[in-house]
Write a protein that binds this ligand. Structure first.
Ligand code: HEC
Ligand code: HEC
Length: 352
């Protein structure tokens, strides 16, 4: 049966083609897309994916009440011991989910050792942190609150008691976790914050391009995309957020000190596991909004995006990129800048 359908379809297809051909010849204005342009788009579609509209975790279904609670917690200084900082202090949504500092001071005022990555689109990463030590944003959200170098809350119950005592939180927790006898659990805090993080998705014009709108990028942006793929950045920076899927060694070529001349040596995943094979293994960061998330690298030591690209060329690919290649890639990187919804940036009125 299938065979006949195909036999039928072929002549129809041919008729369709000749019809198109005639139409094309008639209208001189119709745009002919050069083969090289089509090839570039097909190749890009193989390595990158349109940013999904939802970042789903079946274990943490999003509801309006949970996202609302999560946003308030995200902005609440009460999540730090001395009530000096919130998640938004280091991951400021008014500045693309970062604080633009090399490293961020904690509740105690002392800077940590690693750069604050952006929370935008972070839910799409297959692991969290510079060394990928947490599996998702649900697990991650519990960390900074209890980290002595960050929000420094002494223990879980301390925070739960503090929140329970307020007028604000009891109805919010009940609404977010209906039917639960005691919704004030640390897990529920984590899951609500993560629910808010899951809506922080910023598509850009690169997504329009990947969705077959070949004119969404201009000539130089396409040239940059081509360079990014041709020189080999796609060995690590692929998928819907151009990274965030694997651990890799930094640096693969040369020594750590060739690229990070100052400060304490950061051994990457080894710092957490003490396993020799994990030395200098870092989780490949996402590149969405990278134009806005300076300074770069795990220690925030590089301010200029072009410089970080030049270093990547050398440290990961053993290539000396030319100024032209670097500039083209910078131009392409800017097409990954999306829009941060105004609503996310507004401090919840409940906290005023
Ligand atoms: C004092 C500054 C500071 C505060 C406050 C803070 N963070 Fe972070 N955050 C960091 C730093 C630094 C890292 C990277 C640490 C590492 O990789 O070892 C990080 C990593 C993350 C990541 C991983 C992103 C990625 O790309 O891997 C997420 C998500 C995140 N933080 C969310 C939060 C949330 C939610 C809160 C509030 C509960 C919070 N942070 C509070 C500084 C901070
Ligand atoms: C072998 C894997 C690999 C390749 C190939 C690679 N990168 Fe990276 N990239 C990484 C890792 C790992 C990091 C994190 C380095 C660190 O801070 O320790 C990183 C970091 C970056 C950063 C900094 C992001 C930030 O938020 O701090 C940029 C920008 C970047 N890469 C761009 C590129 C470009 C452009 C290329 C191609 C020239 C490239 N990368 C090739 C693995 C790779």
């Amino acid at each position: 049966m299938k065979k006949y359908l195909i036999l039928l379809a072929v002549p129809l297809f041919l008729i369709g083609c000749t019809g198109d051909q005639q139409k094309k010849e008639k209208s001189t204005q119709a745009k002919v897309i050069p083969q090289a342009e089509k090839d570039l788009l097909s190749k890009a579609q193989m390595f990158f994916k349109v940013l999904p509209t939802e970042a789903v975790n079946p274990e943490n279904p999003l509801t309006e009440a949970k996202v609302k609670l999560g946003k308030i917690l995200y902005y609440d200084n009460r999540l730090s011991k001395d009530e000096t900082q919130s998640c938004n202090t280091c991951h400021n949504l008014a500045t693309y989910g970062v604080d633009n500092l090399p490293t961020s001071p904690g509740d105690n005022g002392i800077p940590g050792t690693r750069n604050s990555p952006t929370v935008l689109n972070a839910a799409f990463k297959t692991a969290q942190f510079w060394d990928g030590r947490n599996k998702d944003v649900e697990e991650q959200a519990g960390g900074p609150i209890l980290n002595p170098a960050e929000m420094a809350i002494p223990h879980e119950q301390f925070l739960l008691d503090r929140l329970k005592k307020t007028e604000l939180y009891p109805p919010l927790f009940t609404a977010a976790y209906p039917g639960e006898e005691n919704p004030f659990t640390y897990k529920n805090v984590r899951f609500a914050i993560a629910a808010f993080e899951r809506i922080l998705i910023t598509p850009s014009k690169f997504d329009d391009y990947l969705a077959n709108n070949i004119d969404a990028l201009n000539e130089q942006e396409k040239k940059g995309l081509k360079t990014f793929m041709d020189v080999g950045c796609i060995a690590c920076h692929t998928g819907n957020v151009l990274g965030g899927t694997m651990l890799q060694k930094f640096p693969l070529f040369g020594e750590y000190r060739d690229y990070i001349p100052e400060g304490k040596i950061d051994y990457g995943k080894f710092e957490d596991t003490k396993v020799e094979a994990d030395k200098f293994m870092f989780f490949v960061p996402l590149l969405r909004n990278v134009e806005k998330t300076a300074p770069y690298f795990h220690d925030g030591s590089i301010v200029d995006l072009g410089e970080s690209i030049r270093i990547m060329g050398k440290s990961e690919l053993n290539k000396d990129l030319s100024d032209e290649q670097v500039n083209d890639i910078v131009t392409f990187m800017k097409t990954l800048t999306g829009e941060v919804a105004t609503d996310w940036q507004i401090v919840p009125e409940e906290l005023n």
